[in-house]
Design a protein around this ligand. Structure first.
Ligand code: SAM
Length: 228
């Protein structure tokens, strides 16, 4: 099973009205507003079904959402139509963005999306983010420390409403983890790239200057960077 199916299984990423999705919004909203003081042009990178795009549109930002998944973008557009939203949703790859240089005031990269990218790939993503940001632009990235999370995961941990973790296989180099989820009906496996908060920050500092790190809870962070 790929990531697309994995996300379909969890409402926290696919149903913007669910309490799980709303909880993510409530957690991040005050910080996004604090650091995104001036209104401007925002790229919601790997936007998924677009909940954060709609949130920022309500506050007067001009948003473009990009995601590689057709299914996610289709759902984002459906929500957009229901809401009479002007957010533009595009299918695209974060490693190769379909935009000119220096056009966004903000790039937001939320929801632990780093776990999709191997080191050389995340390096390409950060390079692209830097390229499309304006000179004074900000990069806001929210992630979970997967290294720390994996050390705490126990078999049988319940995730969402009906799945539990049945097995975790970490590769020899400890770069990726294959997690097996099980419910009464199905079993599926997803491979995650293991990023710790320190390694994400180190990579980001190659392209950006750190402004602030906010620890949202024991495992999750919102880091804010300025273009170097
Ligand atoms: N940012 C959204 C949120 O917080 O709800 C979605 C987060 S979800 C954890 C990760 C998203 O990354 C998925 O929608 C997936 O399709 C997208 N994604 C994965 N690889 C990508 C890539 N190379 N380029 C753009 N989007 C990608």
């Amino acid at each position: 099973m790929g990531f697309e199916e994995y996300y379909q299984a969890f409402r926290a990423y696919t149903d913007i009205y669910s309490k799980e999705y709303q909880k993510r919004i409530e957690e991040l909203e005050p910080y996004l507003l604090k650091f995104m003081e001036k209104k401007g042009k925002v790229l919601d990178l790997a936007c998924g079904v677009g909940g954060f795009s709609f949130l920022l549109e309500e506050y007067g930002f001009d948003i473009i959402g990009v995601d590689i998944s057709e299914k996610m973008i289709e759902k984002a557009r459906t929500y957009g139509n229901e809401k009479n939203s002007k957010v533009e949703f595009l299918i695209g790859n974060a490693m190769n963005l379909p935009f000119e240089d220096n056009i966004f005031d903000y790039v937001i990269f939320l929801g632990n999306t780093t776990t999709h990218f191997l080191p050389r790939e995340l390096n390409r993503v950060f390079k692209e983010v830097r390229r499309v940001l304006k000179k004074e632009g900000l990069f806001l990235i929210n992630f979970i420390d997967m290294r720390e999370l994996l050390s705490r995961i126990q078999m049988g941990t319940v995730i969402g409403e009906k799945y539990w973790i049945n097995k975790v296989v970490i590769d020899k180099e400890e770069k990726t983890a294959l997690i097996e989820y099980r419910s009464d009906e199905i079993t599926f496996r997803v491979r995650f790239v293991i990023w710790g908060s320190t390694t994400i920050d180190l990579l980001a500092r190659m392209y950006f200057t750190p402004i602030e790190t906010i620890k949202l809870d024991e495992l999750s962070y919102l880091n804010i960077y300025k273009k170097k």
